[in-house]
Write a protein that binds this ligand. Structure first.
Ligand code: TEU
Ligand code: CA
Length: 555
């Protein structure tokens, strides 16, 4: 398997709006990021994935772009961007940008032109269809952000497609002019010296010609058979690779909702000339009581089956990304661990051990390295995310589900859990801003913050720092072959990694119960690489404490 920098890197995702505010307007910004680069250097990360900073009306917090080659005013100027890029590179940190080209903002000049008339030069940059009539869209598809996926436009009495918000019209990738515009813009950013792209919903860029009604899912039809992994998606990615990606030493990761291992071998195959890796969603897409909204915890055997399938079936064929959370998911320690005070620290370290010892490029979402938790939402006015605001309206306020029934489900999964400000210290607003933050700071910032944790070598922060160091020092963690043990255990996630004559044993107790474990004979005298509790692992029968995790190394 060929060795590359992005296979050996640890990537840190910054959601700029909530990372660090430098000018007191309550909104994170580029100068704020630059002011925290030494913290990230100290953590030991190699790459920053920067969520969108382009000009945007912020209907979906920057994932609705109105100018791909300008910086959102609230985030600062292009000079601020250039300074951040230079300062990051000075510290040996690469910057990967978020490429959002399945759709633009409806305030992008292309769309402003496109909607003017049916014969406008930009008309076919987007997907326009006649409705069945002025009140009935072309089909029954639902948007990811509630409501129909079609918006009627008076100007030309036609509908345009938007798989996300109505202010995010989908681009028509079948139009070669659209592809050229995107590739030219990507080249412009690569020539500025960025180090790669995370590609937003890139599996959706090719739609089928026919757009029939979809199977009903809630009040609307499902668009996925016609808009995900469409007929030309690989052709367009190979064209992108040939015209842009192959010309630079950059990395790419596709956000590919709905991807299977088989698809991933094509999207991210060693020799398919598309992308370097993809984000899969099988471990985070559990069906809740109301679509994605639910409090269900994935049973451990199911979680192990999913993650092990990706480890074993991509091995040698394509590269994995590894993540527990991001700006679209609830906080890892609340969802997969246990954020009760007595278990938060321990279970955060256990989760980090489980993920960072696997094969693939690990992603740390801002604040995950501190063990930050979900937010204690009190009422719908606490939400800022269009997905949560619209969902509460559709299911509850205007729907048939009672608040009592729906509320626990939406606060467990709301994307806003991950979008509260990073907790830097125990001063007002957790040191994120000197003003009023655009979204409330989690009240637990007094106990959970970077200042306290960087000063405490037993903290979650220092545990992540050690895991990152171990990955740099031990090729078996990057290149070793994965094997799951105890597949049926409901409490223990146990696996090995093997590279030549070196072997690791990774043991994670996902439960809040003391759990017996029989050490494989060959590891009884092995050395302990890392553990989240001071325990001896030198006998065959041991009892693991709740959320105990350790890694043994046999050479
Ligand atoms: O997310 C696409 C996507 O799949 C998510 O909308 C996911 O389905 C949902 O958030 C799970 O609840 C990307 C970006 O990561 C997200 O922030 C954007 O809102 C979305 O695309 C539209 O650009
Ligand atoms: Ca600011």
């Amino acid at each position: 398997m060929n060795k590359t920098w992005w296979k050996e890197a640890v990537i840190y995702q910054i959601y700029p709006r909530s990372f660090m505010d430098s000018n007191g307007d309550g909104i994170g910004d580029l100068k704020g990021i630059t002011s925290r680069l030494d913290y990230l250097k100290y953590l030991g990360i190699d790459v920053i994935w920067l969520s969108p900073v382009y000009q945007s009306p912020n209907d979906d917090n920057g994932y609705d772009i109105s100018d791909y080659q300008a910086i959102m005013e609230e985030f600062g100027s292009m000079e601020d961007f250039d300074e951040m890029l230079a300062e990051a590179h000075k510290r040996g940190i690469r910057i990967v940008m978020d490429l959002v080209v399945n759709h633009t903002s409806d305030e992008h000049k292309w769309f402003m032109e496109s909607r003017k008339s049916e014969d406008n030069a930009y008309r076919d940059y987007y997907i326009w269809r006649e409705g069945k009539d002025a009140q009935t869209p072309p089909n029954n598809w639902g948007s990811c952000f509630s409501g129909s996926a079609w918006q009627y436009d008076e100007e030309t009495s036609m509908y345009y497609l938007h798989l996300f918000s109505k202010k995010q019209p989908d681009l028509n990738w079948d139009n070669p002019q659209v592809r050229k515009e995107v590739f030219d813009m990507m080249t412009w950013w690569c020539d500025k010296g960025i180090d790669g792209f995370r590609m937003d919903v890139i599996s959706m860029i090719s739609k089928t010609e026919e757009m029939p009604d979809g199977a009903m899912r809630g009040p609307y039809g499902d668009f996925s058979p016609y808009c995900i992994h469409g007929p030309n998606v690989h052709k367009y990615l190979q064209e992108m690779n040939e015209k842009v990606l192959s010309k630079y030493d950059i990395m790419t990761v596709g956000e590919t909702a709905g991807v299977t291992v088989e698809h991933a071998k094509q999207y991210a195959g060693e020799n398919t000339h598309e992308l370097n890796m993809v984000f899969q969603f099988e471990h985070v897409e559990g069906e809740g009581k109301y679509g994605k909204w639910g409090t269900e915890k994935t049973p451990l055997p199911k979680l192990k089956k999913i993650l092990s399938r990706w480890q074993t079936e991509l091995y040698g064929a394509a590269w994995n990304s590894l993540y527990w959370d991001n700006h679209d998911q609830p906080r890892a320690v609340s969802r997969f661990g246990d954020d009760r005070p007595e278990y938060r620290d321990l279970s955060a370290k256990m989760l980090a051990t489980c993920l960072h010892m696997m094969q693939g490029t690990p992603y740390i979402y801002q604040g995950e390295e501190l063990g930050m938790t979900n937010y204690p939402f009190q009422n719908p006015s606490d939400f800022r995310d269009i997905e949560s605001i619209n969902a509460y309206k559709e299911w509850c306020a205007e729907g048939s589900v009672s608040h009592e029934d729906f509320w626990p489900c939406i606060i467990a999964r709301s994307r806003d859990n991950a979008r509260t400000p990073v907790q830097w210290d125990d001063s007002a607003q957790a040191g994120f801003t000197t003003g009023t933050p655009w979204i409330a700071v989690n009240p637990n910032y007094k106990e959970i913050n970077a200042k306290a944790e960087t000063a405490d070598t037993a903290s979650v922060f220092h545990y992540y720092k050690k895991l990152i160091t171990l990955r740099k020092e031990n090729p078996v963690i990057v290149y070793g072959k994965y094997e799951l043990l105890l597949p049926d255990s409901e409490e223990l996630f146990v696996y090995t990694r093997t590279l030549e004559n070196e072997k690791l044993l990774v043991v994670c107790n996902f439960s809040d119960k003391e759990t017996a474990f029989t050490m494989p004979e060959e590891f009884v005298s092995a050395s302990c690489l890392i553990s989240n509790l001071p325990n001896a692992y030198d006998k065959q029968e041991i009892t693991l404490k709740p959320y105990e995790a350790f890694v043994l190394q046999k050479k």
